[in-house]
Design a protein around this ligand. Structure first.
Ligand code: NAD
Length: 497
């Protein structure tokens, strides 16, 4: 049975008609009084409104964060850990409602939000609550009467700008390490998915001192740009498109700020010849790994959007992959049976359809899918069939991020060729390799230029594994204890005695 849609009397979620910015612990209307519509991709209709913020709103938020900074940065790691653990508990207790809200706003299948996005967000807060308590400084004896010791201090007020594909998980990835390290935050959600983030903030607001977390809504080139350029900000952590990341670096240069950039990808998923020769359970697992291209409708930065399949298994493997893709259940995201939901926005839908046309123009062959799909009762929604193209790696559909449920498949004849094709991209975010041969798996994992390589699995995001890009996929890492250092600066004190 599908969850009732927000707006229906028995829905778990009640969105307000309008939200405000969250500044200094209060809900604050935008200075210029302007709002923008938040549209559900499930049916294409607006369901709430959020502030269209300007520089004046960003200034208020940065000031509120500075007001909160002295007290928050002086708390002990243990105190901050306690707050993070309480946030995690709150999230966990309200997981189902938040999953329904996120599914409605983003279009992702509620089963994924329930099984992955929300539990991972909860765990991220718990992980950094633990990680910050393990951090220790160091003491360097220099000479008999000279010693240096080191502190890790928070950076100050950090700007965090996130995309629309995982609104709650990206919020957790950003907030947890920044808060654990003692920073105050001004967060700007994507204009397509602000309400999930605002529900989260509403839920945990009383657990945080006023001003420690502030949320300013609005468009990227307005509120986002004003935030990234604000002179009161000490760091920018950004997740989004590579082209926006380039702008963020320019803004950061104005105030000499450190940046973390988690950008786009065109991740290769490599299937070696023994995938089908091994036991059938392994082959089935590899086919499941292939169809991960449709997870979250392909709107994942690490979407395995290029599959490289060995020529000796080409026909049989692709027959199985096509059959499995045809079985994927596309429909109402709020139905727990649905495996492929709606694309996040009308703009994204049109972008994906233009790439489906481009692939055909480039001479790629469509093995399955290839078009828009109507869902009964949800005529205004944005649904695209999971699509498999075959072609060659220099085609634009192999080189450009489509960010839809589309995989472009090329063949290779030996491992070196697979690695060469895998690395023939400007991106370097994720990669997968499937084989029972451990030595080959490790060699390929070392040779592929990507910040995250999965061996015989895909799309696993444990909080304690560092995540981030090589090449144009960005720099800096999230997850893993080392991320704390991205939100800290080191002070050395040299003492003569
Ligand atoms: P986007 O770059 O359009 O927007 C991301 C955020 O930046 C939004 O909040 C947006 O409002 C803001 N923004 C846009 N222009 C801005 C500007 N000039 N100044 C400041 N802020 C600005 O990206 P998107 O379309 O929301 O998200 C999809 C992209 O995100 C894809 O490229 C995807 O690969 C990437 N992504 C990367 C990761 C990762 O961890 N590497 C994770 C998720 C998504």
């Amino acid at each position: 049975m599908a969850y009732a849609h927000p707006g229906q009397s028995d829905s778990l979620v009640r969105f307000a008609e309008r939200y405000e910015n969250f500044i200094g612990g209060k809900w604050v209307p935008p200075v210029h009084g302007e709002y923008l519509d938040d549209v559900s991709p499930v049916d294409g209709r607006p369901f709430t409104r959020v502030p269209r913020s300007s520089e004046a709103d960003v200034d208020l938020a940065v000031t509120a964060a500075h007001d909160a900074l002295p007290a928050w940065s002086a708390t002990s790691p243990a105190e901050r850990a306690r707050v993070l653990l309480r946030i995690a508990d709150r999230l966990e207790a309200d997981l189902e409602r938040l999953a329904v809200a996120e599914s409605w706003e983003n279009g992702k299948p509620v089963r994924e939000a329930l099984a992955a996005d929300l539990p991972l967000a909860v765990d991220h807060f718990r992980y950094f609550a633990s990680a910050v308590r393990t951090q220790e400084g160091s003491i360097s004896p220099i000479e008999r009467d000279l010693v240096a010791y080191h502190f890790r201090e928070p950076l100050g007020v950090v700007a965090q700008i996130i995309p629309w594909n995982f609104p709650l998980l990206m919020t957790a990835w950003k907030l947890a390490p920044a808060l654990a390290a003692g920073n105050c935050v001004v967060l700007k959600p994507a204009e397509q998915t602000p309400a999930s983030v605002l529900l989260f903030v509403e839920l945990v607001a009383d657990l945080l001192p006023d001003g420690v977390v502030n949320v300013v809504n609005g468009y990227g080139p307005e509120a986002g740009k004003a935030l990234a350029r604000n002179p009161g900000v000490a760091k920018i952590a950004f997740t989004g498109e590579t082209s926006t990341g380039q702008l963020i670096m320019q803004y950061a240069a104005e105030n000499v700020l450190p940046v973390t950039l988690e950008l786009g990808g065109k991740s290769p998923n490599i299937f070696l010849p023994d995938v089908l020769a091994a036991d059938d359970e392994f082959a089935a697992k590899a086919v499941e790994g292939f169809v991960m291209f449709a997870l979250n409708q392909g709107e994942v930065c690490t979407c395995p959007s290029r599959a490289l399949v060995h020529e000796s298994i080409w026909d049989e493997f692709l027959d199985r992959a096509v059959a499995r893709t045809e079985e994927l259940v596309l429909g109402d995201p709020l139905d727990p049976a649905t495996q492929v939901g709606a694309q996040a926005s009308d703009e994204q839908l049109r972008k994906i359809l233009s790439y489906l046309a481009l692939g055909r123009e480039e001479g790629a062959e469509v093995l399955v899918g290839g078009g828009q799909r109507g869902v009964p009762g949800l005529a205004g929604g944005y649904y695209v069939e999971p699509t498999i193209f075959t072609g060659t790696n220099r085609m634009r559909i192999f080189q450009e991020e489509i960010f839809g449920p589309v995989v472009s498949v090329a063949r290779f004849s030996d491992v070196d060729e697979a690695v060469r094709i895998a690395n023939d991209t400007r991106y370097g975010l994720g990669a997968g390799v499937w084989t029972r041969d451990g030595g080959t798996a490790h060699r390929v994992a070392r040779a592929v230029e990507a910040g995250r390589v999965w061996v015989n699995c895909y799309h696993a995001y444990p909080a304690h594994a560092a995540f981030g890009g090589y090449k144009r996929s960005g720099f800096g890492r999230e997850g893993h204890v080392s991320t704390l250092a991205h939100y800290q600066q080191t002070k050395s004190v040299v003492v003569s005695y």
